[in-house]
Design a protein around this ligand. Structure first.
Ligand code: SF4
Length: 413
């Protein structure tokens, strides 16, 4: 099959995304120029809505990593990190952002104007160990930034109890007080309500878009999953809602017209784990033989409706669930999620990306593999790789194994 390079975008709305990305980073840098406080934070928690409601600028170092991968900057960022003595076995997001803040950023370089320095750092006390360590590194690198040490119970999504929620509510209130004290800005609760309604609407649209992917043929493949940029960086804004509405309309139109990603969809595939940001074309690789990547694990992170009647509690619940939903979920729950997705999206075969850079998501893949085979009769292929570091991936090995897997799936049809 054809050599994969860049991902192929079939949706006109997916092609609009570049402008949204450019505008977001322009806004981040503009905030710094205008003196609007900039806060660096992990993705997928309730802080983004509070930032937008208070007119503060949220920045996501984790999200910067796919941007660096797309611009081919990761080798240089890794080189800087390894020179500082960090192991090549650590999470690629950690190695990339560390290399960037100690290398290119100090030289004033980087694509899209680079990242503005933080005035505030939201340093998480939950999630995976690498994400906590990323923020410890940043605290040292930016000693003038005011640090909020967020604390949350490390609890599996299915075990969340009332007292966990109460604690998370207190943490959200503590964050609001910290931001008010640090920036001199007060939170307008009516504005927060509007932001939470927009955030919930984005989740609703996300669910609608994902539901259309169940159509046969599917109108949307994993290669277009970059649209989640707005869920990471723009939740709680009109930009996210307007953009996702356009994506939903296009996907709905294609689904109704029976327009698939490719003309002759023969095999429906599932991708487990984070995609390879340095070569998103791998997600199109199977198309030459009629295989389409219909669904993936990552998208579940955004399928989280908020109780708009109680914004503070909604954000507390989001902070407990959103990040753990993909990264720190129990193996039992993850297995359930993958099996349900494979059933709902009529999957014929699964690609299990054994991701050297992310142990939390890779752990349990053998259990998932067995369950797919035993409970659903779905074969799967384990691919060794890394979501950030190309050195841990062999294209030739991927092609050989992917070709054989497709041949086997086609022979079963
Ligand atoms: S969840 Fe995985 S990819 Fe994300 S920070 Fe943790 S180890 Fe890295």
């Amino acid at each position: 099959m054809e050599q994969p390079t860049k991902s192929k975008k079939r949706l006109a709305t997916a092609k609009e995304l570049s402008a949204i990305i450019i505008e977001y980073y322009r806004e981040c840098n503009q905030a710094r120029i205008e003196g609007r406080p900039v806060g660096w934070m992990p993705p997928m928690n309730g802080a983004i809505e509070i930032f937008y409601a208070m007119g503060l600028q949220p920045v996501f170092p984790e999200n910067w990593s796919p941007i660096c991968a797309a611009f081919g900057l990761t080798p240089e960022n890794f080189r800087v990190t390894e020179q500082m003595g960090y192991s090549q076995d650590l999470c690629g997001y950690l190695r990339n952002i560390n290399g960037y803040v100690h290398g290119l950023m100090k030289q004033g370089g980087g694509p899209l104007g680079g990242l503005p320095e933080p005035d505030i750092i939201i340093s998480p006390g939950a999630g995976c160990i690498p994400v906590m360590k990323i923020f410890h590194i940043l605290e040292e690198r930016f000693p003038d930034a005011k640090v909020f040490r967020a604390d949350l119970p490390q609890v599996a999504v299915e075990d969340i109890q009332e007292d966990h929620l109460r604690y998370a509510v207190d943490e959200i209130r503590r964050l609001i007080d910290f931001l008010a004290e640090t920036t001199g800005r007060r939170l307008d609760y009516d504005r927060l309500e509007e932001v939470v309604i927009l955030s919930d609407r984005a989740c609703e649209l996300w669910d609608e878009i994902m539901a259309f992917r169940k159509s046969i043929p599917t109108p949307f493949s994993a290669a277009e999953i970059g649209i989640m940029f707005v869920m990471v960086t723009r939740q709680g804004t009109r930009t996210a809602v307007d953009y996702l509405t356009r994506v939903r309309d296009e996907v709905r139109e294609r689904s109704r017209a029976g327009i698939g990603v490719i003309e002759n969809e023969r095999v429906r595939l599932f991708w487990d784990n984070i995609p390879p940001w340095f070569n998103m074309g791998l997600l199109n690789y199977f198309e030459g033989a009629g295989g389409v990547m219909v669904a993936e694990t990552y998208s579940a992170a955004w399928s989280l409706r908020l109780n708009v009647k109680n914004p503070i509690e909604a954000l507390a619940m989001k902070s407990l669930m959103s990040y753990p939903m993909v990264s720190c979920v129990s193996i039992k729950k993850r297995k359930e999620m993958v099996l349900r997705a494979c059933r709902d999206y009529h999957i014929d075969g699964a690609i299990l990306h054994s991701n050297k850079s992310c142990h939390p998501i890779t752990l349990g893949q053998m259990d998932i593999k067995r369950a797919l085979e035993n409970e659903l009769g779905i074969p799967s292929l384990v691919i060794d790789g890394d979501h950030m570091d190309e050195r841990n991936f062999s294209l030739a090995q991927f092609q050989t194994r992917a070709d054989a897997f497709m041949e086997m799936l086609l022979s079963k049809k």
